[in-house]
Design a protein around this ligand. Structure first.
Ligand code: FAD
Ligand code: DHB
Length: 388
């Protein structure tokens, strides 16, 4: 097989990249090691920054999002159950869109099929070769047969556990990492969220986030211990804790749990994001803790930069954008890292915090919710910094 760009991974990054390249007249083949059904059922992100939703619309995959997605022009910061609304419309005149990541993935796959582009599921034994040459290759097996794709470039969009980042030669990558001493218990439930907007709730018992997929399906998260096991969280313990942390500020209706699990919290960046003709995008290169909802949005930003660089190469033989791909992405990645770290550390209880730390944190939340300058800073980053 032969293509211009071989894309490894059919997550948000790989699928959006394929569409952006198609619009620029560039051929690609996507390979994915999971099944189509599996990627539709992986419940993850749910919040799109202002520009991300606009890009989905511009590239022709926004139709269902316009019908089923919900626009949010504000959210709530709770401090021990006392809610303070941040009015994004007034502060920065932008909004976010609530629309499930797996719905975005379905829309992008449907678009890919309509475009007639190759998309192979359930591939195995994926490896990349000759990445410093002008003709790198991807080898894998599909339906029991060994296959090879000869490409001009390889896009490593294969998530945190993929094979692309580990394929960089030893000594090339520098890794920056932080583990947090807690995780999140997350549930998806057939019940209305307590408010039509999100509530990020700091409490003395730990953080809780009340979000949603629609007004009849809530997505609820609770801070838990670092190595906690979901077996420690029977349904009634989850509901009790969600009620207690909300503290009567809103009514929380219970419903059938459709999904429950534990999300680890990590900050991670691998630099550089390119080596030879292999480019990383999304979770393959970086992970943010989920507070602030930056992961999927950053994956989209990377592939927008990558498609611009590849278009300039194919249209005008320009190599400068390709050479600067990593540096361009990392400027945005580090700002999102900083924001996600900051949101995480103001909203959670830390097991080793001192009494001073606790008072300082409460003062920070008080400042955030009472100062227009501080609220504007949060709102500007939360709705997504402008794309350069
Ligand atoms: P992925 O979605 O991980 O996709 C990578 C794809 O590559 C996968 O389909 C995988 O199966 C495939 N793959 C892996 N290895 C191989 C291989 N060897 N060969 C072929 N294919 C391979 N982000 C937000 O922006 N907003 C949120 O609200 C938000 N909430 C979150 C909540 C939770 C509970 C979690 C876990 C994450 C959340 N995130 C959020 C983060 C977001 O889900 C990720 O950042 C996003 O999925 C990254 O997209 P990606 O395409 O880079 O990687
Ligand atoms: C969601 C997840 C987040 O981490 C967040 O900050 C906002 C929303 C969600 O799953 O809806």
């Amino acid at each position: 097989m032969r293509t211009q760009v071989g894309i490894i991974g059919a997550g948000p990054a790989g699928l959006m990249l394929a569409r952006l390249l198609r619009l620029a007249g560039i051929d690609s083949i996507i390979i994915e090691n999971r099944s189509e059904e599996y990627i539709y059922n992986r419940i993850r992100a749910g919040l799109l920054e202002h520009w991300s939703a606009d890009v989905l619309t511009e590239i022709g995959v926004g139709e269902r999002m316009a019908r089923e997605g919900v626009l949010h022009w504000g959210n709530y910061i709770g401090i021990n159950g006392e809610l303070h609304r941040l009015d994004f419309q007034k502060l920065v005149n932008k909004r976010v869109t609530i629309y499930g990541q797996q719905e975005v993935v379905k829309d992008l796959v449907a678009r890919r099929r309509a475009d007639g582009g190759d998309l192979l599921f359930e591939v195995d034994d994926v490896s990349v070769h000759d990445i410093t040459s002008e003709r790198p290759t991807i080898r894998f097996t599909h339906e029991g047969k060994a296959k090879e794709i000869a490409c001009d470039f390889i896009a490593g969009c294969d998530g945190f556990h993929g094979i692309c980042r580990p394929s960089f030669p030893e000594g090339v990558l520098k890794v920056f990492e932080r583990e947090y001493p807690f995780g999140w218990v997350g549930i998806l439930t057939e019940s209305p969220p307590p408010d039509h907007e999100l509530i990020y709730n700091y409490t003395d018992r730990g953080f809780a986030l009340y979000t949603m997929r629609s007004m009849s399906v809530a997505r609820l998260y609770l801070q838990c211990d670092h190595d906690d096991d979901i077996a420690n969280w029977p349904d009634n313990r989850i509901w009790d804790e969600l009620h207690t942390r909300l503290g009567g500020a809103r009514e929380l209706k219970e419903g059938k749990m459709l999904q429950k699990g534990i999300t680890p919290m990590r900050s991670f960046v691998a630099e550089p994001m390119q080596y030879g003709r292999l480019f990383l995008a999304g979770d393959a290169a970086h992970i943010v803790p989920p507070t602030g909802a930056k992961g999927m949005n950053l994956a989209f930003a990377d592939v927008v930069f990558m498609s611009r660089a590849l278009s300039a190469f194919y249209k005008n033989k320009r190599t400068d954008l390709i050479e600067n791909y990593s540096a361009t992405c990392l400027r945005r990645v580090w700002k999102a890292q900083r924001f996600s770290w900051w949101m995480t550390q103001i909203m959670h209880r830390f097991p080793d915090e001192t009494a001073f730390d606790h008072r300082r944190q409460l003062a920070e939340l008080d400042y955030l919710t009472s100062s227009e300058a501080a609220s504007t800073s949060l709102a500007e980053q939360y709705v997504g910094l402008p794309m350069d």
